[in-house]
Design a protein around this ligand. Sequence first.
Ligand SMILES: [Zn+2]
Length: 207
Amino acid sequence: METITPITQDTQHTITPSVSDAEVQNALRTLLRAIGEDPDREGLKDTPDRIMRMWKEIFRGYDAEKKPRITTFKNVNREEEMVMDCGEYYSMCEHHILPFFGRYYFAYLPDPDGRILGISKVARVVSYCAARLQLQERLAEDVIEMLNEALKGKVRGFAILLRGRHLCKTMRGVRNNGEMSVSLYTGQFKTNRQLRMEFLRMAEMSK
Ligand SMILES: [Zn+2]
């Protein structure tokens, strides 16, 4: 039986209560002044508060209490077939605090002696891990790590492909289309090229 070791150490992210709402709002007011704005004008006076509340939502991935509970089931039928899921994700790049977003394609190979993932939970895991300042590569790692943990490492392999568009590339600098693909394979997906091709073919079909 194969055990996949987590790719990254579990990160102990928590929303820090040590920064007060007033401090956050003052900092945002300073940033508004820095770009030449008047934080007291009508249209902007509620913006710092609005941004602060939005950040609490879009960065909930630092809050351990918001961590989704992942349902798993005993593999009673000893399933071994590849199980796939895909959907959308939205995240923020850690270099520019600008959005990057796109589609994810996920697959795993159940262990007949292990457990089965409640596949609908994958989307929640992706969305939770994406709710942090991220890199596309680390987002892939974080998702796999969390799902591997839920299966207690009893899985024959994971595959994840993230297609993403980065606003920090499309809005500024080189102004290319900012598209980027990242993939990560573990277990049999890593050693078996055939399986990888099948995964990529299915990802292509559900584009
Ligand atoms: Zn960036």
